[in-house]
Design a protein around this ligand. Sequence first.
Ligand code: HEM
Length: 165
Amino acid sequence: MIQFFTNFYAEYGRFIVFLHVISAVIWVGGMIVIKFIVSPAIATIQDTKLKLSRILQILQRLFNFVMICIIVLAITGVFMNLGHDFRHSAPSLYILIHIKEAIWTLMVINFIYIYKKRNKAEREFLSGDNESTAENIFIISNYLLPLNIFLGFVTIYFGIILRGL
Ligand code: HEM
């Protein structure tokens, strides 16, 4: 079985690493852009209804991308791990694979929580409760997104260590 992965990785390794890195770029980069570029710009909109509807829409669009990235990261991560056969070829680094898997899981749990919070905010927005909508968006933007950005940085750094740098 492991032979299949090492052969496959020898053949398509470059493509697999590309997909892994590009998915990390879209997920982590997308969150950074929303938190530090889009949100401050949207905050300047005076019309509260328009402001809330825009941010809800932007979050929904990000989620569509992120869902694909989450799956691609896990699949390519498994292929890279087995392709390198880290367990035998670099046992001292192998623990980092489990740590990366654990961080990925935390990021997904946080993502699901953000997703549900956004949906709740949308329901409140549709029922005309702007205050609760803004409250939920505030929690997403100020606590949940920064947490996932931080976890993303950590797992990217561990990826670089795994690369041998
Ligand atoms: C199931 C979870 C994951 C596993 C098993 C995994 C596994 C790996 C492995 C084995 C490498 C080393 C590749 C190599 O040496 O060729 C790597 C690199 C990398 N990982 Fe992950 N990863 C996971 C999740 C993530 C997540 C969630 C992110 C970011 C959001 C991420 C970002 C990166 C990046 C940017 C690199 C490339 C580092 C470089 O090019 O030097 N990984 N990952």
